[in-house]
Ligand binder design. Structure first.
Ligand code: HEC
Length: 330
């Protein structure tokens, strides 16, 4: 590769200038040639030139692969990919550096020299400098400057089999937290974690069921864990708990939570066509032969009418089967 030969020449300095000139003539004869600059003493390939610069640019992408335009901030905790491109970039040496880094940003190498990843965690600024050193020794320097924002640690976390996370949406203010048509579905035995994503403070008020009222108001970012202990105070008509609303905003700021009690459903004889329940055929809940069963396992047994279990078909909902499966796995 011509780049390595020319870099040897570069280091050797003037002493080898004349030799380089001779070599130029030799190489020109055999492989199409090099150009020799008598002023700088540099030798470089004439054909596949490793010199660029005019089209050299750096582009920033987010994790979804979309371009993050210059001037747009870096969000805390998000990793961005920076790519240098342009004519002959692959034959140039690219150097990366962070300058004026008050955003606590870190630079991570990519798979190729022209790629870097940057991630910041503080509110501040950062300048990403990319220097291309071309085969002729010339350099092109580009700087991309960004403001950076702080990494907000989300204490709330995600839902899991034992925990249902509900987030009070930003902008909720004094209105309802959710709607009657899409209540939060919970199973007895789960924890309902209510997180405040809103700019204003909130406080969950109950009639003592499924859990005690939240003792104090919570600011944005805080949460309240409510254990779904039972289905007391569930409204017969709407199937949601009565009396849950925002203590601060008042009764119109309602919160609709719909519980299912898997253990009760396991023994419920109204869900079959012949007055039986799971307990009739698989022992009482506490020593059930079907402990550890999955939603799919139970659902398939019903749909396939295994052991006449199809007596449930059309009378039990998926939510109810999920609640039973949840209980059988506690
Ligand atoms: C009429 C009796 C009867 C009722 C009621 C019944 N089952 Fe079954 N069930 C059976 C029989 C019989 C089998 C097949 C033998 C076995 O796997 O135990 C079976 C199989 C199953 C299986 C295993 C399916 C498989 O493919 O391995 C699961 C899980 C199950 N039942 C759960 C339940 C649950 C949960 C309920 C209540 C919603 C229920 N059953 C109600 C009789 C019943």
């Amino acid at each position: 590769m011509t780049g390595s030969r020319s870099s040897i020449m570069r280091r050797s300095g003037l002493l080898y200038g004349a030799l380089a000139f001779v070599m130029t003539l030799l190489f020109q004869n055999c492989d199409g040639g090099f150009t020799y600059d008598p002023q700088s003493g540099l030798l470089s390939s004439a054909g596949t030139s490793g010199v660029g610069g005019t089209q050299f640019r750096i582009t920033t992408f987010n994790s979804a692969g979309l371009v993050v335009p210059e001037g747009q901030s870096f969000q805390g905790g998000i990793e961005y990919r920076i790519v240098a491109s342009g004519q002959n970039v692959s034959s140039a040496a690219i150097q990366w550096q962070l300058l004026n880094n008050t955003g606590a940003c870190m630079l991570r190498p990519g798979s190729a020299p022209e790629t870097r990843f940057v991630q910041c965690t503080a509110s501040g600024r950062v300048s990403i400098q990319s220097t291309a050193i071309w085969d002729d020794g010339s350099t092109t320097v580009l700087v991309s400057e960004r403001t950076t924002s702080e990494l907000i640690v989300d204490a709330c976390g995600a839902s899991s089999s034992n925990r249902v996370v509900f987030r009070i949406p930003n902008g909720t203010g004094a209105s309802a937290w959710n709607s009657t048509t899409s209540p939060v579905v919970v199973y007895v035995g789960q924890t309902l974690r209510v997180c405040n994503d809103d700019a204003t403070a909130h406080q969950m008020r109950t009639l003592g069921s499924p859990c005690a009222s939240q003792p104090a108001s919570m600011a944005r970012g805080a949460f309240y864990d409510c254990s779904i202990a039972n289905t007391m105070n569930v409204n017969g008509a709407t199937a949601v708990y009565n009396g849950i609303y925002d203590q601060i905003a008042g009764v119109n700021a309602a919160f609709y939570v719909r519980p299912f009690d898997g253990q009760a459903l396991y023994a419920d004889t109204t869900k079959t066509s012949n007055g039986q329940s799971c307990a009739s055929c698989h022992n009482a809940f506490t020593n059930s032969a079907k402990r550890g069963s999955s939603f799919t396992g139970i659902k398939n047994a019903i749909m396939n009418n295994t052991g006449n279990m199809g007596i449930y078909n059309g009378r039990i909902t998926d939510d109810e089967i999920r609640a039973i499966a949840f209980s059988l796995n506690q």
